[in-house]
Design a protein around this ligand. Structure first.
Ligand SMILES: Cc1cc2nc3c(=O)[nH]c(=O)nc-3n(C[C@H](O)[C@H](O)[C@H](O)COP(=O)(O)OP(=O)(O)OC[C@H]3O[C@@H](n4cnc5c(N)ncnc54)[C@H](O)[C@@H]3O)c2cc1C
Length: 377
């Protein structure tokens, strides 16, 4: 007997898919299998747990049982899926299997650790479970080293600082948020973090970590030694592609999908942080929400293709929140920056004077919506 549409994962992608499918079809059999408890939490809240004094359990928004009842889904929590057989259309765990009509991989991503001696001493904050495991150590820690000055690293640095901890932020680039915007634009955030007391060390690599009793020592490539109580890795994410790869699906940086969210194998789809769309990973809620809506239509007999409008990404650093959109990573843009007491507006133009990207601070948020409409895709 078939288990209908089988979804692996219970994160935002999987839940959005279920909610959207139920708008079109209340009966279709749905099965969700995930390594976690299948309780719902909002992952972006991890950026504020320390200053909000929030415990891991406080993050739970809906219990698995209520979700199952509300959306008529069969749930299999705390199960690690080990294998997919695309020919027999079977999903396997160590001790049981499910037969699918359609399979959706919503396996998310995992936080990268640096390839240095002692990396196993580092903590990561990419799920409620990871926070639960690290919570008591992080609460106790007075000195926290954060490796990685990207979006998540900056958010965590500000959060831990606001929670009264002594924070050191280390990045191998010459500026913060270096993969998202030019240094002239991120400089404001860098200054704000420094004023708050975060020690920012740029253009430096971590070479090793050692623990001696309660003291963790980070050794940088230039020989400098930094003592901390805990260290957190925020150097990037790796898409959860292992199952897909093992099953012979086309995988690049993520599981490659087309505009209908279909993978290289018939009846298998991918969604969320694990999916690569138009050659890009898009580990943000808005593209996931739009992808889930498109896939829900396709799985309920409609024909839909994903179109992604220009989208805003928020950097949730409460002392200086920023919003960005467009191809901010492009190296060839000419940036026009207006910064003053009224806030920041930075616009990135291409050689034909077309607006390709922008960054604004909170004071200038109303401008963001106008700029979003001007943005050339
Ligand atoms: C600190 C932080 C702050 C963020 N802030 C923002 C923000 O402000 N705005 C924004 O848009 N985005 C933000 N994001 C990103 C956003 O939260 C993610 O893109 C989104 O939550 C990913 O959802 P997902 O369902 O694809 O993956 P996940 O939530 O990672 O879910 C993956 C699921 O797959 C399951 N799984 C994986 N492999 C297996 C297996 N083999 N067997 C069984 N189960 C498996 C896991 O148990 C889990 O249930 C943030 C992320 C972080 C970490």
């Amino acid at each position: 007997m078939s288990d209908g549409i089988v979804i692996i994962g219970s994160g935002f992608a999987a839940r959005q898919l279920v909610k959207n499918i139920r708008k079109f079809d209340v009966e279709m059999p749905l099965t969700m299998i995930a390594a976690d408890s299948i309780d719902e939490y909002n992952k972006p809240d991890l950026s504020h747990v320390m200053s909000n004094n929030q415990r891991a359990d406080d993050m739970t928004r809906q219990r698995a049982g209520e979700f199952a009842e509300q959306f008529n889904v069969r749930l299999f929590p705390k199960i690690w899926v080990t294998d997919i057989d695309p020919v027999q259309r079977i999903v396997k765990s160590r001790d049981r299997q499910w037969r699918y009509d359609s399979l959706v991989l919503a396996t998310g991503s995992s936080a990268l650790l640096p390839p240095v001696p002692g990396h196993e001493l580092m903590l990561t904050l990419n799920s409620q479970d990871e926070y639960r495991a690290a919570e008591s150590r992080l609460r106790k820690a007075q000195r926290v080293l954060i490796l990685g000055g990207g979006l998540i690293g900056c958010e965590l640095a500000m959060d831990f600082c606001r929670a009264g901890k002594q924070v050191t932020l280390v990045d191998n680039s010459a500026s913060l948020l270096s993969s998202l915007m030019p240094p002239e634009v991120s400089a404001r955030l860098q200054r704000r973090l420094s004023e708050m007391g975060v020690e920012i060390i740029l253009s430096q690599q971590l070479a090793a970590l050692q623990r001696d009793g309660d003291v963790l020592t980070a050794v940088l490539a230039n020989g400098r030694r930094i003592e901390a109580d805990e260290a957190i890795a925020a150097i990037g994410l790796r898409a959860g592609t292992a199952l897909a790869q093992h099953a012979g699906l086309t995988v690049n940086r993520g599981i490659v999908v087309d505009g209908a969210l279909g993978t290289s194998h018939e009846h298998i789809y991918a969604l969320g942080d694990c999916a690569e769309i138009n050659g890009q990973l898009m580990p943000f809620l808005q593209p996931i929400q739009l992808s889930a809506m498109t896939l829900a239509k396709n799985l309920t007999g409609q024909q839909a293709r994903l179109t992604l409008p220009p989208m805003l990404v928020k950097i949730k650093t409460p002392e200086l929140p920023l919003q960005l959109a467009g191809e901010t990573r492009r190296a060839d843009l000419n940036w026009q920056i207006l910064a003053g007491s009224q806030g920041l507006v930075a616009k990135g133009y291409d050689s034909e004077q077309q607006l390709r990207a922008f960054v604004v601070s909170e004071e200038q948020m109303p401008q963001a919506f106008t700029l979003l409409r001007e943005l050339v895709q």
